[in-house]
Design a protein around this ligand. Structure first.
Ligand code: UD1
Length: 377
């Protein structure tokens, strides 16, 4: 009997991390389904690193990354390359996760070829199509034609229903990023800063809306936090983007309690989050992962498509104003009660079983019954 074929498309670090557990789950069922993994190469070092953390190697890599790449440049190269891959492999379904340019173009390429598209991490929304840019557009666009929408939470499922998406195509699965983080935290043994008895503040910032002046304000506030609290070290996990690096190193390099580090590989980063006492970030994925470890997160953005952490009290949306970032950070570092209140280990984003639900629902939609899974209550 010929097996149906599914194609996963990844291109950036978050695509790799959040797709990896799903790809692994399909590969475990290779007797009933064939799985192809295509990398667009929108990211280079950061993608290879993320895939390697899960022992995955793409079947093809379009290698599109260039330094200073524009959105239009990346889009056109990915579209041409993926169209060829889809034509060559003739998949029964194409998968992509989240809201990156890779995700949007994977959707577009499968739409043009009229191949069903499955969207992992569907239904996240902010109020503004411009924020985050261009991610809000990317995820809304693929939501228009996806055949299967895997919503991580009830809230994201409701967003889709409000947009008149067919309810029979929407499934609440939990976020696959929680599958990834739980799996990794269990198997990886590395520890950070064993010889440092003090506290760690972890900073990551890369978002386009924050390039330039907002990132300068973030960096200045972070510097003031370290200077105010001599028992803290600031660890900055820098993105590869050269402009982001220039801003951060300009303000933060040369201080004895500030470590500007290369992007750690995923498994190391998970351990670093576990070691941190406070996380300042504009990343979506980090907002989801940190609550699993009970680490308070200050979100350096004015909007979030992930309100569940804010509602649960483990994350706070604070924007990028230097005074506000310093004030909020300083409060958590000075007042144990405020810190304890946010440090509640709840994970509103998933229970670690999202990938098996996605596999089960997909195979059933392709006419294959496999071992059933419990749905997320
Ligand atoms: C992309 C995604 C964003 C995601 C982020 C995670 C889009 C539009 N944005 O943003 O949603 O949160 O990835 O990191 O899809 N670079 C390297 N090596 C790498 C990766 C990047 O040198 O491995 C440099 C290149 O100079 C590149 C720049 O970083 O031009 C920016 O990369 P790009 O993919 O354009 O956008 P990100 O800001 O990474």
């Amino acid at each position: 009997m010929s097996r149906p074929k599914v194609m996963f498309v990844v291109g950036t670090r978050p695509d790799a991390i959040k797709s990896a557990p799903v790809v692994a789950e399909f590969l475990r069922h290779s007797e009933v389904v064939e799985t192809v993994l295509i990398s667009t190469g929108q990211h280079k070092e950061m993608l290879t690193q993320a895939l390697a953390a899960f022992g995955l190697t793409p079947d093809a890599d379009l290698g599109v990354m260039t330094h200073g790449q524009t959105l239009a440049g990346v889009t056109q190269k990915i579209l041409a390359g993926l169209d060829e891959q889809i034509a060559a492999h003739q998949p029964d379904m194409v998968f992509a996760q989240g809201d990156t340019t890779t995700t949007f173009v994977a959707g577009l390429a499968s739409f043009y070829r009229q191949i069903p598209f499955a969207h992992v991490e569907a239904g996240l929304r902010t109020e503004s199509i411009w924020n985050p840019f261009p991610e809000e557009f990317n995820r809304r666009a693929v939501g228009l034609f996806a055949k299967l929408h895997f919503a991580p939470t009830e809230w994201s499922a409701k967003n889709l229903l409000r947009e008149n998406v067919d309810p029979a195509s929407v499934f609440v699965t939990g976020n696959t990023g929680i599958d990834a983080v739980k799996h990794t935290a269990q198997i990886h043994k590395k520890s950070w800063y064993e010889n440092w008895a003090g506290r760690i503040v972890l900073l990551t910032t890369h978002r386009r809306e924050n390039w330039g002046a907002p990132q300068e304000q973030i960096a200045r506030a972070a510097l003031r936090l370290v200077e105010t609290h001599p028992d803290t070290k600031l660890v900055v996990a820098m993105h590869r983007n050269p402009d982001v690096r220039a801003t951060l190193t300009g303000i933060l390099s040369g201080h004895e309690r500030i470590d500007l580090i290369e992007p750690p590989d995923y498994a190391d980063f998970v351990k670093l989050m576990q070691r941190a006492n406070l996380i300042l970030t504009d990343s979506g994925g980090v907002q989801e992962e940190a609550p699993s470890f009970g680490v308070p997160v200050l979100v350096l953005r004015t909007t979030t498509e992930r309100p569940e952490g804010v509602d649960a009290g483990t994350a706070k949306l604070i924007g990028t104003d230097e005074e506000v970032v310093f004030f909020e950070g300083n409060r958590l570092l000075s007042d144990p009660a405020s810190h304890a209140e946010m440090a509640k280990a709840v994970s509103p984003y998933g229970d670690g079983l999202a990938s098996s639900r996605i596999r089960y629902i997909t195979l059933r939609s392709l006419g294959i019954e496999t071992d059933e899974v419990s749905m997320w209550a």
